[in-house]
Design a protein around this ligand. Structure first.
Ligand code: HEC
Ligand code: HEC
Ligand code: HEC
Ligand code: HEC
Length: 151
């Protein structure tokens, strides 16, 4: 009960910030470096994945094309000048609000504030059933290739 009322108080507090902001304003991405501050192991694994360089496979004349960036570097379509690839927030949701430590420790509160449940549907926003090279997308197999446990 105490935990619940604390959560309600925090939500009311954050709600007042959100209401004070312009109505159209969505959460901004904070960038992978910000997540790295508390998730070094996950960050290092991600850095070795193709996602961290997904913007670089685009031909130079397409690197500012939002048609391509929406899958190859989504944050760039929200914050001009960021060349970042498929980042933490492309899957976990923009972390402007949930990435504060006291919020991150509370799984429910973090989700209330934008941390997404990531699963196969998230991958399918960008991945087709068959790749351009003819390989089949398999959630279980492809998850192993991007494994980034923080432990
Ligand atoms: C100030 C430190 C801090 C920052 C910055 C931070 N996190 Fe966290 N994160 C934590 C803590 C603490 C936990 C809880 C760890 C635990 O319970 O084992 C956590 C948990 C998580 C989890 C697991 C949540 C769950 O319920 O399964 C994910 C996913 C996550 N963080 C992603 C991110 C992403 C993405 C970013 C950047 C947008 C980020 N974090 C930034 C501290 C942080
Ligand atoms: C391509 C999508 C994707 C990207 C990019 C991504 N993650 Fe994840 N992440 C997942 C999935 C899927 C899981 C496992 C499902 C779950 O536990 O919620 C996960 C799990 C986690 C966990 C919990 C792992 C644990 O050991 O309990 C943390 C923390 C995390 N991610 C942080 C990050 C950070 C930090 C980045 C960027 C440096 C990042 N993720 C990039 C999809 C992604
Ligand atoms: C925002 C778009 C986006 C999301 C969401 C996304 N990916 Fe990707 N992924 C890409 C792009 C773009 C590439 C190609 C990068 C390249 O060619 O270097 C890629 C490449 C990969 C690769 C490397 C493929 C190879 O040939 O080695 C794996 C593995 C992968 N993704 C797994 C996943 C999984 C699993 C998920 C869901 C948890 C996911 N991706 C979610 C955009 C995304
Ligand atoms: C709906 C999401 C999506 C969009 C939009 C998208 N891509 Fe991709 N792209 C991917 C994914 C996922 C991969 C890696 C796996 C695959 O081939 O399906 C990829 C792979 C690639 C590759 C590497 C192919 C290879 O040889 O392995 C190139 C180059 C590429 N995309 C260019 C582009 C260009 C240029 C645009 C814009 C005209 C674009 N993509 C738009 C999701 C997308």
């Amino acid at each position: 009960m105490a935990a619940l009322s604390a959560r309600v108080a925090i939500l009311v507090f954050i709600g007042s910030i959100v209401v004070a902001a312009p109505a159209s304003r969505a959460q901004s991405p904070v960038g992978a470096e910000k997540c790295r501050a508390c998730h070094v192991k996950s960050y290092d694994s991600w850095m070795k994945s193709r996602h961290a360089r997904a913007h670089l496979v685009l031909p130079p004349n397409r690197r500012a094309d939002t048609q391509c960036l929406r899958c190859h570097s989504p944050a760039e379509t929200e914050s001009a000048g960021l060349h970042v690839g498929v980042t933490c927030e492309s899957c976990h949701g923009n972390g402007e609000w949930y990435s504060l430590r006291f919020i991150m420790r509370d799984k429910e509160l973090a989700r209330d504030l934008g941390l997404e449940n990531v699963g196969e549907a998230t991958c399918k926003r960008c991945h087709a059933a068959t790749t351009v090279r003819g390989a089949k997308f398999s959630f279980i197999e492809w998850m192993k290739r991007i494994a980034h446990s923080d432990k």
